[in-house]
Ligand binder design. Structure first.
Ligand SMILES: Nc1ncnc2c1ncn2[C@@H]1O[C@H](COP(=O)(O)OP(=O)(O)OP(=O)(O)O)[C@@H](O)[C@H]1O
Length: 785
């Protein structure tokens, strides 16, 4: 096939033009099909796909040659390694590419002035830019400015678009293009936009669309149109441009492919959502690099997805500015990080640091545990002042002159000069370790003044000698002693008098005694540190010197961070911006936030915009309805999540023998596609694991699991952020009782289900769920809304 002639390089989106010149932007275009007509039929599309794949294969061959030569031609070892790594990862990306769904959508602009410089143009959008042999783009990166139109255009505001096309692919390898779906946005009148010549007919005609993600997903839509299914409550934006309700969930419900993608079964790690990003999500993803935002979103509203896509977007758009500093993603635990770890590489971004907060802290073995009272004091923001005072108590007022022998001279600095030097350095408020060096420099400056009055101007070697001479160092050790975080914290926790001075007027006697070590260690080397101590050590390290920071930090489950943990993040984003993701209703730590403004202050971004997301993409309406019963008792002011899905089932079942009932429920769950999780209070899990083992059902723990195992045994405390097609919650009362914020935990646990939720109980259900009698087995309800 002859590829359509690329269009003249049009230009737009100048204000957001990517900094990297070899990246595509809106200038990357393609004339609307051969002879000015874009591919219309499936056969034409498939022929074009074959040509794009051939181009990809050619790029891969070139990249392979470069990998072979690049490592040997580079000048020094560092350059060779960097270049080699880059080329290898590029070659690897490309190697995966020809087989994959190389694009997900197409923009066809109107041949009218409203389309501006894109008049009549046609662009294919994918995960990565694909140029042809002459450098003209065949596929444009989803992050390029022009791609925004794909996510934003609507019948009410077509943004110059004539038609938006979405492609359906099989989930197999190689992915086959099975069909497409069109939405007429401009040009034609509203009557054309639904059905008619629009996508519905073509889909029907071709009869070949499966889904964006997996085979058969569209089957679930049956004869009902996607609009009906997603917009059951009449609240979904209609492609015909019908009047919207004020509180519309702006889901692009016109698309069966979008619906299928949202409702597809979940197996394996989290996937990207580039084909189906919703407008309100897109706003967040493309927010300016310098803008910090806080996203308050209920379960499954796409907060994590938005955060990861924002990281990928920022890296693409500001690659130069992010070269130093980079992007950090902070998640709640290792299982969560493993779950999300594939998303950014799939988007071509391999250089994003992904860590738990604990991984950012100083490396000390954790060998002690605090009781809740002690941990609560240690996580309190007043500790920042206590630690600062304890540190600054080290600095003392000079009491005698400093005398420095220098050959036949003895330089004498009067005590007033020394005091002034200390006062001036303190007034500059530098980090402690830097302050010590600044004081040293001032002392040397004073010595130089003395020397210059008697001899000629001293040389550099003399200045260096003075800076390191014994009397100057002894003076510093006396007045501004060098210290280490562990030494200082050990002194604070081990000596009630030191603690009393640092905590005076801040912590009461009970709080001080909660902090103090009952049996102080003999030396700092034998001190046993708790997880909260490491947060304090990080605070002290940050008072001594600024840690290396990131240009942008994405913090997930941020509602769970203590004020002192927020400061860990604040220190690492001092010169950057934040994407703060969380849900106050899912706060389960003793210090969980109840107000975003306070949390943002601790994070160092008090003025960040707080943006709600309320459309739920994970949890079916029936499951959310059950979980939302818990919301009023959680005592946080957050909007209810409203599901964009109406599939799914909820069953509540009483059982005398819970382990046996669990095995039976798992067996039945395995008859359906997708992942299965058994979630219970942590202490109850071993018994359930034993039951599954006896029943011969293979299952793995979430924290040890390889993500391909179908049945996961999930302690309730590890459920956060994860999702499974079928969730079996065992004994909710026990989950509630297991911890002070057990109701919040239950809310988290119930909202992990993508399609089906079983609640098994022997004891009475928590009051809020008790009258959910309509859901009780055998009345298994579909769409219990
Ligand atoms: N626009 C979208 N299109 C398709 N799927 C989406 C979209 N937005 C989110 N999802 C999917 O919905 C699920 C939930 O998303 P995500 O985990 O990001 O939500 P969350 O708000 O972080 O949830 P939680 O607070 O429960 O952890 C994921 O499988 C995600 O891929």
């Amino acid at each position: 096939m002859v590829l359509p002639t690329p269009a003249r390089p049009a230009e737009s989106g100048r204000s957001t033009r990517p900094e990297v010149s070899d990246r595509p932007d809106s200038s990357a275009g393609q004339r609307a099909g051969t002879g000015g007509r874009p591919a219309a039929t499936l056969a034409e599309e498939q022929a074009r796909l074959a040509a794009v794949r051939a181009e990809l294969a050619r790029m891969l061959a070139t990249a392979r040659v470069r990998v072979a030569t690049g490592e040997t031609v580079a000048g020094d070892r560092y350059t060779a390694e960097t270049l080699g790594r880059m080329l290898k990862s590029h070659a690897k990306e490309l190697a995966e590419e020809p087989d994959g769904p190389v694009y997900f959508g197409r923009l066809w602009f109107d041949d009218a002035p409203a389309a501006g410089e894109h008049r009549g143009e046609c662009y294919y959008l994918g995960r990565r830019h694909v140029p042809d042999g002459s450098g003209q783009p065949l596929v444009i990166d989803w992050r390029a400015p022009i791609s925004r139109v794909f996510y934003r255009a609507s019948a009410r505001d077509p943004l110059g678009l004539r038609e938006r096309r979405r492609y359906g692919w099989t989930g197999r390898h190689p992915a086959e293009l099975t069909g497409f779906e069109d939405e007429r946005l401009g040009g034609a009148g509203p009557a054309d936009q639904l059905g008619g010549v629009g996508g519905t007919d073509r889909l029907g005609g071709a009869g070949s669309v499966e889904s964006l993600g997996g085979v058969g997903a569209l089957d679930r839509l049956g004869g009902t149109s996607a609009t009906d299914r997603l917009g059951g409550a009449g609240s979904v934006e209609s492609p015909g441009g019908g009047a919207e309700r004020a509180d519309d969930i702006a889901v692009t419900a016109a698309s069966r492919l979008v619906a299928a993608e949202i409702e597809r079964p979940r197996v394996g790690p989290m996937r990207d959502i580039v084909a189906t990003i919703q407008p309100e999500q897109d706003d967040l993803v493309r927010a300016d690099l310098d803008r910090s935002v806080c996203v308050q979103g209920g379960p499954g509203t796409g907060k994590t997805a938005v955060g990861l896509h924002r990281a990928a977007y920022l890296l693409y758009t500001h690659r130069q500015r992010l070269r130093r500093g980079g992007v950090l993603v902070v998640g709640p635990n290792a299982a969560f990080l493993r779950y999300i770890s594939a998303v950014l590489p799939a988007l071509g971004e391999v250089d994003v640091a992904q860590h738990t907060l604990a991984e950012l802290l100083p490396e000390h073995p954790v060998s002690a545990e605090d009781d809740t009272d002690t941990a609560t004091v240690k996580h309190d923001p007043r500790m920042a002042t206590v630690l600062r005072r304890a540190l600054h108590e080290q600095i003392s007022r000079p009491t005698e002159p400093l005398v420095v022998p220098d050959g036949s001279y003895r330089w004498r600095l009067p005590v007033e000069w020394l005091r002034r030097a200390v006062t001036e350095v303190r007034a500059e408020e530098p980090p402690y370790a830097i302050g010590r060096e600044r004081l040293r420099a001032r002392i040397v400056g004073l010595l130089q003044r003395r020397a210059e009055s008697r001899t000629e101007t001293p040389a550099g070697a003399w200045l260096r000698r003075m800076a390191r001479c014994r009397p100057v160092t002894a003076f510093l050790d006396e007045v501004w002693p060098a210290t280490r975080p562990a030494e200082l914290l050990a002194r604070l926790l081990g000596d009630p008098a030191v603690l009393a001075r640092a905590a005076a007027g801040l912590l009461g006697p009970a709080e001080q005694s909660a902090l103090a070590w009952p049996r102080p260690p003999r030396s700092v080397r034998t001190a046993r540190w708790s997880p909260a101590d490491l947060v304090l050590l990080d605070e002290l390290a940050g008072l001594l010197d600024h840690p290396a920071g990131y240009r942008h930090v994405v913090v997930d489950e941020a509602q769970d961070l203590s004020p002192m943990e927020c400061r860990v993040i604040a220190r690492r984003s001092r010169h950057g911006s934040l994407t703060v993701l969380g849900d106050l209703a899912q706060g389960t730590t003793p210090w969980a936030a109840s107000d975003w403004r306070d949390q943002l202050s601790h994070l160092g971004r008090p003025d960040a915009a707080i943006v709600p997301l309320t459309a739920g993409f994970r949890v079916p309406a029936g499951v959310l309805k059950l979980a939302n019963r818990l919301l009023p008792g959680l005592r946080v002011a957050v909007p209810e999540t409203r599901s964009v899905r109406t599939d799914g089932t909820v069953r509540i079942r009483a059982a005398a023998d819970l382990p046996a009932a669990t095995s039976a429920a798992v067996r039945s769950a395995l008859s359906q596609p997708g992942s299965v999780a058994v979630v219970a209070a942590d202490a109850a899990l071993p018994r359930l694991a034993g039951a599954l083992r006896s029943a011969g059902i293979p299952a793995a723990r979430a924290d040890a699991a390889d993500l391909d195992v179908r049945v996961i045994l999930l302690p309730a405390t590890l459920a956060k952020g994860l999702e499974y097609d079928h969730v079996i919650v065992v004994e909710p009362a026990e989950i509630v009782e297991a911890e002070p914020r057990g109701r919040h935990r239950l809310y988290v646990v119930l909202t992990r289900a993508v399609s089906r939720l079983d609640v098994l109980h022997h004891r009475a259900l928590p009051a809020e769920l008790r009258d959910a009698a309509e859901l009780r087995d055998p009345a298994e309800l579909r769409d219990p809304g």
